[in-house]
Design a protein around this ligand. Structure first.
Ligand code: AMP
Length: 365
């Protein structure tokens, strides 16, 4: 039996490991936290930092193929892993993505539409407001970024510019959409239905698929994502997040070279999930069909819901087409993704509108 090694032990790794096991692979995962979501379910849990080359090489040695669930693992560590075992996506993909400025320049060189941007290392580099400032590295889920309506006070500016940043124009978007696709080692690619995303505080709140956008806009979004995957020589599942402007134009926001939160709906809604498809791609198995059986809605369950204790899940029992996923995280902290639920079928669109009502009911009074 062959082993798929996963760098990172979060919920993405957990769902990926389960899919890989269903395909007949053993699984191993590396994470610093012994009871992290993925380490609970893999055949070979390994405790260690994913940015420690020695720990990453230990994972590689017990694996036949290595992949990752977190794109911020330093490129030099990935190079060392790739020298030992096939690693997908390749370190070259991550090297482009990890630094927002490099990513934006890559997209610019490829002619992809995006918000005007520039390098920014101090307030002097902010010529106008409003503006969005993002750390070049290690920012995700809205962390390490700020939306500025006017010049920040010196203290806030010092905190923001403690590390190199990029600035970009604030985009007055109508909607946010993401395209999730999977590219095999042979370049064959499948694309999931385009998803529409709602963020709260920079963090994904809910996704619906298919996105409520004109078919030609969906086709244009898919085209951009396919072009990005080819340009990167991506292998595996990847997400391209985009802004849809009121005039119908799409701007690329960012690329995640991994399975993505906005693709969780594929677990229930598609013939092959984003996780299974990723495992198939990196393990060199034929990709599966990705047709959706109908509309789907996914809602994230954040740590805030646990404020007054474990939510009362029985409230979800009678919702037709609803599946609850919990990630096995021991401590619920605000801002932490603890689980999600997906609703497929006739009620999905209504559930998109009812998400807040459901969450309010789940939060114990
Ligand atoms: P990011 O980490 O770049 O995906 O940003 C997280 C979220 O912040 C996005 O999904 C948007 O909701 C919002 N956001 C990021 N950049 C911009 C921008 N330039 N204009 C408007 N909203 C933005």
């Amino acid at each position: 039996m062959k082993t798929l090694g996963i760098l990172g032990g979060g919920q993405l790794g957990r769902l990926l490991a389960r899919a890989a096991r269903d395909l007949g692979w053993r699984t191993a995962a590396l994470d610093p936290v012994p009871d992290s979501p993925a380490l609970q379910v893999v055949d070979e849990p390994m405790v260690g930092a994913v940015d420690d080359p020695e720990a990453a090489k230990r994972l590689a040695r017990v694996s036949d193929v290595v992949t990752l669930e977190w794109e911020l693992i330093p490129a030099p560590v990935l190079e060392e892993v790739a020298a030992l075992r096939p690693l997908y996506p390749k370190p070259s993909v991550l090297a482009v993505i990890q630094d927002r400025l490099t990513q934006k320049r890559f997209l610019e060189a490829g002619g992809f539409p995006q918000a005007p941007f520039a390098e920014a290392s101090s307030v002097k580099d902010l010529p106008h407001y409003p503006v969005v400032v993002k750390r070049r590295r290690h920012g995700y889920d809205g962390k390490g970024q700020a939306r500025l309506a006017g010049p920040p006070d010196p203290e806030a500016a010092a905190a923001l510019f403690a590390a190199p940043c990029v600035r970009e124009d604030l985009v007055p978007f109508d909607k946010e959409v993401s395209v999730i696709l999977t590219r095999g080692r042979d370049g064959r690619t499948t694309v999931f239905p385009v998803a529409e995303n709602l963020h709260r505080g920079g963090v994904l709140h809910a996704t619906r698929a298919p996105a409520e956008i004109p078919p030609e806009t969906a086709a244009a979004a898919v085209e951009l994502a396919l072009k990005a995957a080819r340009a990167l020589d991506m292998v595996g599942t990847m997400a391209v997040e985009m802004f849809l402007l009121p005039d119908g134009r799409l701007l690329v926001n960012e690329i995640a070279p991994r399975v993505h939160n906005s693709g969780h709906y594929t677990l229930e809604a598609c013939a092959t999930s984003q996780f299974e498809q990723h495992a198939r791609a990196v393990c060199g198995q034929p990709l599966g069909p990705v047709d959706a059986e109908g509309p789907a809605v996914m809602v994230n369950l954040m740590g805030e819901l646990w404020e007054k204790g474990e939510p009362d899940w029985s409230l979800l029992e009678d919702v037709p087409g609803l599946t609850l996923h919990l990630y096995g995280k021991s401590a619920a902290r605000p801002g932490r993704k603890m689980g999600h639920y997906t609703v497929v079928g006739a009620d999905a669109v209504e559930e998109w509108l009812r998400a807040d009502e459901r969450l309010a009911a789940l939060r114990r009074a």
